[in-house]
Ligand binder design. Structure first.
Ligand code: ZN
Length: 464
């Protein structure tokens, strides 16, 4: 029996598809990168995943694991390999209100996990623009970030336990509910952010948090990124550390969102070069609405902000978030854009923006900077749209522009991939920005966990 036949026999008729109509949507990512695959495997259990990988290991058959296909670094795009989708393993298995944990299969959609936590009177704080379709397994494999990292950390900080199937089909049973476990190497953390190159995550125990009794969303106009940073400090101090999001938004992003996302409007009367979206979440004590309102009023009085609005209703809060969440889509509808997902130390953000924007616009005249993102944790989406009405050929500058930006990132001791990962799109950049020693250690791990190189080959680290 050939390998494909063995894989199909191991899963039964429900467990695979060779229909290109079903496979095709999993082969093109959000940015239009296309791949190909002869076979989609759809295991229903961890045992199925183990059976698949043991066959693939034995026969040296490469596999690409895929979640909701929302990754932005090409990590999930198959180039002829067998696709392994966890879409049928999509159950929330347990919610433990007292212990504040939720156990889910890897294919559970993030929004579903958020809902189940919410029903239990708790909260799972990971929020991303793609939460309606991305999966927990994908979030873990990519160590997803999103809008609440400032307060709750990245996925790495939200996972207590994992079940992982190794390349040879053995299962690592690490599905624990422990906050403290110092029994040697933290194997779990190796798989978080490994983009499916070291093992396949099949189940996870996630940390839940108390649902904030109050949540306040505000939008403030600031003169500059430096002004935004000053306001960040003021708001942290005024709320006693209750900020749950602090997002930088430039004027051009508001304009693009208004132009391309129906039902959006300017949140403030007069235009401002920069804005921040602020979210404050917390307890029953102080009235957070008044606290935020007063802090912002002082900021305006001191000239740190020119104007600010605090949402009065849930609908208004969602409207403000919609501006922030609509930026990527609006950029896409506006035309070609070149993107960077970078981080630098928070205090260095203003200097970085000034230096890198000047360097890019000098070298690529007309490129329109659309710099936005998670100011509170130092992660910017440092993007450039093509000159107005001039898309032609703009994307040909991708590599040259990236080099300019990433070299400046390096000089600020930052990261060239803050939250989107490496996939295949940034793999070959790593030797320029990571030390030979770190890369060597990464290759050693890859070799140890996947000696035959069958797991998501060519992603994150090049085959040695
Ligand atoms: Zn982001």
């Amino acid at each position: 029996m050939d390998t494909i036949a063995r894989l199909k026999a191991a899963l039964g008729p429900q467990g695979f598809s060779e229909t290109q109509a079903e496979i095709a949507p999993l082969l093109e990512d959000w940015r239009g990168r296309k791949g190909h695959s002869p076979l989609l495997l759809k295991p229903a259990s961890s045992e199925d995943v183990a059976a698949i990988l043991s066959i693939c290991h034995e026969t040296r058959t490469p596999v690409v694991p895929i979640g909701g296909n929302t990754g932005l670094a090409g990590g999930q795009v198959a180039q002829g390999e067998v696709l392994l989708s966890l879409q049928r393993m999509n159950r929330v298995l347990a919610v433990d209100g007292g212990g504040m944990t939720l156990t889910a299969e890897a294919g559970a959609v993030l929004a579903q996990v958020q809902d189940r936590a919410n029903e239990a009177g708790l909260m799972f704080p990971l929020t991303l623009a793609s939460e309606g379709s991305c999966t927990i397994g994908g979030n873990i494999a990519t160590n997803a970030g999103g809008n609440h990292v400032l307060r709750y950390g990245m996925v790495r900080a939200l996972v207590l336990g994992l079940e992982v199937v190794l390349a040879d089909g053995r299962v690592l049973p690490m599905l624990k509910h422990l906050h403290k476990d110092n029994t040697g190497y933290d194997l779990r953390q190796l798989f978080i952010g490994s983009e499916g190159t070291l093992g396949v995550v099949t189940k996870a125990v996630l940390r839940l948090f108390p649902k904030p009794a109050q949540q306040v969303v505000a939008f403030a106009a600031v003169p500059s990124p430096q002004g935004a940073l000053v306001l960040l400090g003021r708001m942290q101090a005024a709320t006693g550390g209750l900020l749950s999001a602090f997002e930088l938004v430039p004027r051009i992003a508001v304009e693009l969102v208004k132009r391309h996302i129906p039902g959006t409007r300017d949140p403030l009367a007069a235009p401002s070069p920069w804005y921040v979206l602020i979210e404050v979440s917390g307890g029953h004590g102080a009235n957070l609405h008044d606290l935020a309102q007063n802090a912002l009023a002082s900021a305006v009085e001191k000239g740190e902000a020119s104007d600010a609005i605090v949402a009065q209703t849930g609908a208004q809060a969602r409207e403000l978030w919609r501006i922030r969440e609509g930026i990527s889509e609006a950029q896409k509808r506006e035309g070609a854009s070149i993107k960077h997902d970078i981080s630098v130390p928070v205090a260095k953000i203003p200097a970085f923006i000034a230096e890198a924007t000047a360097a890019v616009t000098a070298r690529f005249p007309g490129a329109r900077p659309v710099t936005f993102g998670h100011l509170g944790d130092g992660n910017l989406h440092f993007n450039f749209n093509a000159p107005a009405g001039g898309d032609t050929g703009f994307l040909a500058y991708w590599d040259a522009m990236q080099l300019v930006v990433h070299d400046i990132v390096k000089s600020y001791e930052g990261s060239i991939s803050a939250e989107h990962g490496i996939g295949n799109t940034k793999r070959d950049l790593l030797p320029r920005y990571k030390s030979a020693e770190e890369l060597d250690a990464m290759r050693t791990l890859k070799q140890a966990f996947d000696p035959r190189g069958i797991l998501n080959p060519g992603k994150v680290v090049a085959a040695s």
